[in-house]
Design a protein around this ligand. Structure first.
Ligand SMILES: [Zn+2]
Length: 368
């Protein structure tokens, strides 16, 4: 993997990730020192300059604390003016071509990450980045192929490592929203990375459950959950040599899958090479199955894919298990699951699809 760091016209950072035979990050086996700098085997030179007349990024993000719930809300009024459903020929995530300048100055790219011009979190309040999974505007993650998916995984991992070095960042969340139903305003295949200045409430809850479980049983909660799912088997969706995916016993969403590496690690940085190598095949298969749940005639399944990683400095981080949660808000053909009174008002989910049935359907639509 070759990494090239540059700046956009308004000072935001942009990073190209290119495949190539260069030493992997932190490897440096035959290049001696300086494994991080671009080596001569990558081939690609990324020196295109952003020539857009961009004004400075206007951010007014403010984190407000809710005294009743004890959680935080990012107030980000500048986001109201963000790009909303642009026509395909004005896509800001396509490469710059024929004098049409986008967020990516170069005329091609493999995977690229840049700071969001309309961030929900900025400065002392954290950081928001955009990850373009491919330069192909019409592709979806499920189509990009294993090599490209491996490069995206390398980019997610590298971003986690870089953002961990920022003193204001406590937790890094990489995710993809796919589909207009989820509120996606850009059709180009992309995800986002939020670097929060605090531990998020969901992660806090998981850490607390893990601490309680450790105190009561002496064992790791995540290990026990994964072991139980594998033993029961009824909710397992697919199992590789290094990864296992299942619908959780108490799934909140109609179709929800949790994907765990079998060797527990706290975050993406600690994944071993074997798990890293198998991930693209397993993940692409899951995404393809998601698109088949409701049949070929249905538009692509809207989904959210969310990486859960241990916060960098939290107590008990070593008891946390890196995993990905993938779920859709579609419950049946043409019908969406809305977070209505019980969910939005009281955080009690009502799920119409029994998790065992959801898992059965996800096994049924496996690739032949
Ligand atoms: Zn595009």
């Amino acid at each position: 993997m070759k990494k090239t760091v540059t700046r956009l016209a308004d000072g935001r950072e942009l990073i190209y990730y290119d495949s190539g035979d260069g030493a992997d990050s932190g490897d440096g086996a035959d290049s001696g020192d300086g494994a991080d700098s671009g080596d001569s085997t990558g081939g690609v030179v990324r020196d295109a300059v952003d020539r857009r007349p961009l004004g400075p990024v206007a951010t007014s993000s403010e984190i407000r604390h809710d005294p009743l719930l004890g959680d935080s809300v990012a107030i980000a009024s500048h986001r109201q003016s963000r790009t909303y459903h642009p026509p395909a020929d004005e896509c800001p995530l396509c490469p710059s071509r024929d004098g049409r300048l986008s967020e990516i100055p170069d005329s091609s790219y493999e995977v690229v990450v840049f700071e969001n011009r309309f961030p929900s979190l900025a400065g002392d309040s954290g950081r928001c980045e955009v990850v373009c999974f491919t330069s192909d505007h019409d592709a979806s993650f499920a189509d990009i192929g294993e090599e490209q998916a491996a490069l995206v995984l390398a980019a997610w991992t590298d971003r986690t490592a870089d953002l961990a070095r920022l003193p204001q960042v406590e937790q890094v969340f990489a995710f993809e929203n796919r589909g207009e139903e989820i509120g996606v305003t850009l059709g180009h295949p992309h995800g986002q990375i939020y670097a929060y200045p605090f531990v998020t409430p969901r992660t806090e809850l998981m850490l607390r459950s893990a601490r309680t479980h450790r105190a009561e049983t002496g064992r790791n909660l995540f290990d026990d959950v994964v072991a139980r799912e594998r033993a029961e088997g009824t909710r397992v969706v697919l199992e590789g040599e290094h990864w296992v995916a299942f619908v959780p016993y108490a799934a909140h969403w109609p179709y929800e899958v949790h994907l765990y590496p079998k060797r527990r690690v706290p975050d993406l940085r600690s994944l071993d090479d074997a798990a890293r190598a198998e991930f693209p095949r397993v993940y692409l298969e899951l995404l393809k199955r998601f698109d088949r749940i409701f049949g070929e005639a249905e538009p692509p399944t809207p989904y959210i894919a969310a990486w859960h990683q241990a916060p960098f400095r939290a107590e008990g981080r070593d008891d946390f298990a890196l995993h990905l949660e993938l779920f859709t808000v579609r419950r049946t053909s043409g019908k969406l699951k809305f977070l209505a009174g019980s969910e939005s008002g009281m955080s009690v989910f009502i799920n119409d699809v029994p998790p065992e049935n959801a898992a059965g359907r996800l096994r049924e639509v496996a690739s032949k």
